[in-house]
Design a protein around this ligand. Structure first.
Ligand code: ADP
Length: 413
């Protein structure tokens, strides 16, 4: 008699305020069985796009029409999965893994969600007002659909909880900071963890042997300094607003700009919040936040697009230099996410002039387009420059699977 293997399918859910992104993966062989998203939840024009991947030739399906709330969205997702024979009642489904943006200082690892864990995620809402409420809604909705199934929270902040106090604390009054939990938490941690580990693999080394600077450049963007597999600094802070220039966020600025906007420009706190989070960065500088469009405009001689690009790259270079100094020895610089994986001109410009530091890019290798992790530095360079596609869903699936199998101690190695 053969015993059936333990279930290894994981539904990964990324619940935003008006969207749910999902993937069904098999954590044992990394197979992706379905991917999709529901967007514009709560509007008349909601849309569900579901792509089944388990069977060859299966067509992408789309539903439009009002989806009132997250519960309806997840029910619709469950129906789509069931249509492919992958329903939430399947015995092969091992767990649901939730991306949770803020885990504060308490959650340093992926965690099985209990009432007490959910209450703690709720207590963190004041430091993540835009993200944690949507994550909580996603968890509650999933729990209602499958109350018996383990649900695991994988935190965006977890990988950064190893930052020393010297990097994590702002230089403000300690009592005030502690009373309001004001410190640098960092985000995109799942991606920084995955990419730093994959970069070590690319170099044929154990993560504990290498120091990596990871540049996660998507619409949101962040850099991290990873020493021997352990994060020692990252560019995002209390919220994902700090650090690099992003698609719509300003990144670093003099905090007094905020007082000035209030006192002199007469803007309210909410208006300033919206300005810095939604109408700044590349969009604020040139009206576009898509790097492809910005490059196209630069090619046509557009000065505003050129300046936006230069400001973006200047900030990136500053962080590269800073993290080089923080680490002392750098083995690799890894570019990832939409811009990092695709925009060769950004990589070229960010690395230009760093030859004295042993960092250089080979123009031909940099121009190659590929979905595979690859090295783009010349063989003589002391520091490897790599392009390493991120895969946050796969990382969440692996971490979730490891937790439900009681193998947490093997994580993050
Ligand atoms: P998110 O932070 O939303 O997950 P992504 O990592 O998908 O974002 O990155 C999205 C960004 O990647 C786009 O806004 C665009 O600037 C950039 N991008 C995507 N494809 C390309 C490309 N082929 N060339 C240059 N930039 C690209």
């Amino acid at each position: 008699m053969t015993t059936s293997p333990r279930p290894s399918r994981i539904l990964v859910l990324n619940s935003g305020s008006s969207s749910v992104k999902y993937q069904l993966l098999d954590a044992r062989d990394d197979a992706r069985l379905a991917v999709g998203l529901v967007e514009r939840i709560g509007e008349e024009t909601s849309r569900l796009v579901h792509t089944p991947l388990a069977h060859e030739g299966a067509e992408r399906r789309e539903r439009t029409g009002p989806v009132a709330d997250h519960a309806s969205a997840l029910k619709a997702v469950a129906e789509e999965l069931a249509q492919d024979g992958l329903g939430l009642d399947s015995p092969e489904l091992a767990a649901i893994g939730h991306r949770v943006v803020h885990g504060g200082l308490r959650f340093t690892r992926p965690t099985v969600i209990t009432d007490e864990v959910l209450a703690e995620i709720e207590r963190l809402v004041p430091v993540a007002p835009l993200h944690n409420p949507a994550n909580i809604t996603g968890i509650r909705t999933a729990q209602a659909l499958r109350p018996d199934l383990p649900q695991v929270a994988v935190f965006d902040t977890a990988f950064h909880t190893t930052m020393p106090e010297s990097a994590a604390r702002y230089a403000i009054d300690v009592e005030t900071a502690d009373a309001h939990r004001i410190r640098r938490y960092g985000f995109h941690g799942t991606s920084h963890a995955y990419v730093s580990r994959r970069t070590a693999e690319l170099l044929g080394k154990d993560p504990s042997e290498v120091n990596v600077i990871v540049l996660h450049l998507g619409n949101g963007a962040s850099a991290s300094a990873v020493r021997g597999g352990v994060c020692v600094d990252t560019s995002m802070g209390l919220t994902p607003l700090e650090g690099l220039v992003m698609g719509t966020r300003s990144g670093d600025l003099d905090p007094a700009v905020i007082f000035h906007l209030h006192r002199v420009a007469g803007m309210s706190v909410d208006e300033i919040d919206a300005l810095l989070n939604k109408k700044s960065g590349l969009v604020g500088l040139c009206g576009d936040n898509d790097m492809r469009e910005i490059r196209r405009r630069i090619d046509e001689g557009d000065e505003r697009a050129r300046l936006a690009f230069d400001i973006y790259v200047h900030r990136l270079k500053k962080y590269l230099g800073a993290y080089y100094a923080v680490l002392g020895r750098v083995d690799a610089v890894a570019f990832t996410a939409g811009v990092g994986e695709n925009a060769a001109p950004v990589r070229e410009a960010a690395i230009a002039g760093l030859e004295e530091l042993g960092v250089a890019v080979d123009a031909e290798l940099n121009a190659v387009r590929s979905d595979e992790p690859r090295i783009i530095s010349p063989s003589y360079a002391r520091v490897a420059v790599a392009v390493v596609p991120t895969d946050e869903e796969l990382e969440i699936a692996h971490q979730t699977f490891a937790v439900v199998n009681g193998a947490t101690e093997e994580l993050n190695n």
